[in-house]
Design a protein around this ligand. Structure first.
Ligand code: KG4
Ligand code: ZN
Length: 345
């Protein structure tokens, strides 16, 4: 059995990240280093990620982060078997920074380049920590993505549903902004919702009952905006009640969409008795939603896996891991691989 060592780089959004992982011949993963620098403070004044600021910050910090990840791993560049970087989808300026760095290291040390789809990183992360068998159901809920994937193997993904407008994390962030809360809004909405009355406002449950497993959050956001406008001045209790009512609408919607996704998954793979349900992305940190996933897993006979937040939110270990999984299949990429702003799995 051969052990492969991979350096990974992630720069597709507002996290500059580098990591070194190992994969043994049996497919088990090991994180040797995993450093992430969040640009939250740079973007916070704008209430969202500013692409130009992100790209410049990646340029400023990436050299140092890669050096740190290598140092913490105790390895030398010549020990690496490949260099992986996110090649998309994401903010193009940032993706180019990380991908170019990976190309330079790969070229200088004569190692293969792994141009990784960021979503594939999220899709495969659970296997870095657990011996999860294919096929499994993945729910990815972050600031940029909201989708169900049926993961049938490395490179074999089947999207069951996606958002037709906003991503779920984006909806949390927009609601927070409407309420005058800071960015990112998800954690603050969750904290305030705990002291709120979830039954005070009857917000819509978007797409509930529809026979697919797509998502839509812009109508919900609009309903929140109209409520906020009607209230005119917001007391602390009003804010808490809006947060709680919004979170309740999201939770009920997720339970319904999940039911449909499980139905589609079961129809495609009737022989799989207890498939894994993997929930990844920043929104997976939400406890109210976690309770929904736990209940759904129990009800539908799924094995729920929520990887630790550090591997669920954007990081480079997941990119290195996806690179390792692909390298194990003999898949490498040419050094002229171009960055892609859009790249569905
Ligand atoms: O995966 P992530 O760190 O970054 C990407 O978007 O790729 O996800 C960030 C998103 C933000 O929209 C943030 O508001 C949301 O995840 N989020 C939450 C919570 N923690 C983070 N949303 C709801 N509840 C939370 N506890
Ligand atoms: Zn991501």
């Amino acid at each position: 059995t051969t052990r492969t060592l991979i350096l990974g780089i992630e720069t597709s959004c507002d996290e500059t990240a580098a990591a070194v992982i190992a994969r043994d011949g049996a497919g088990r993963g090991d994180i040797l280093s995993n450093v992430v620098l969040s640009q939250l403070r740079e973007h916070a004044p704008y209430g969202g990620v500013v692409p130009e600021i992100a790209a410049r910050a990646h340029v400023t910090h990436l050299d140092r982060l890669v050096a740190q990840a290598m140092r913490e791993s105790g390895l030398d560049y010549k020990d690496l078997d490949a260099v992986a970087a996110t090649a998309g989808p994401g903010l193009l300026g940032g993706v180019i920074v990380g991908l170019t760095m990976a190309k330079a290291i790969a070229f200088a040390h004569g190692r293969p380049l792994m141009a990784v789809n960021h979503l594939e990183g999220h899709a495969l992360t659970a296997r870095l920590l657990h011996p999860v068998e294919f096929p499994y159901l993945l729910l990815l809920i972050s600031g940029g993505h909201t989708q169900f994937q049926m993961v049938e193997g490395v490179g074999k993904y089947h999207r069951l549903g996606t958002t037709i407008d906003d991503a779920l994390g984006e909806a949390f962030d927009k609601v927070a902004k409407l309420l005058g809360l800071g960015y990112p809004g998800g954690p603050q909405v969750e904290a305030l919702a705990r002291r709120g009355d979830a039954s005070r406002f009857a917000f819509p449950r978007p797409l509930k009952g529809r026979k697919d497993c797509n998502f839509s959050f812009s109508g919900l956001k609009t309903a929140v905006r109209e409520t906020v406008q009607d209230l005119m001045t917001l007391s602390d209790q009003d804010v808490a009640d809006v947060c709680a009512s919004f979170e309740a609408a999201v939770a009920e919607t997720m339970a319904d969409r999940l039911k449909m996704a499980v139905h589609l998954f079961r129809a495609a793979h009737p022989q799989v008795r207890a498939p894994a349900l993997i929930v990844a992305g920043g929104v997976a940190a939400n406890q109210k939603l976690k309770a929904v996933f736990e209940a759904a897993a129990a009800q539908h006979g799924l094995q729920l896996i929520v990887p630790p937040a550090k591997l669920c939110t954007d990081n480079a270990a997941m990119i290195a891991w996806a690179g390792a999984e692909r390298l194990a299949l003999g898949l490498t990429d040419p050094l002229d691989f171009a960055a892609r702003a859009r790249w569905p799995l």
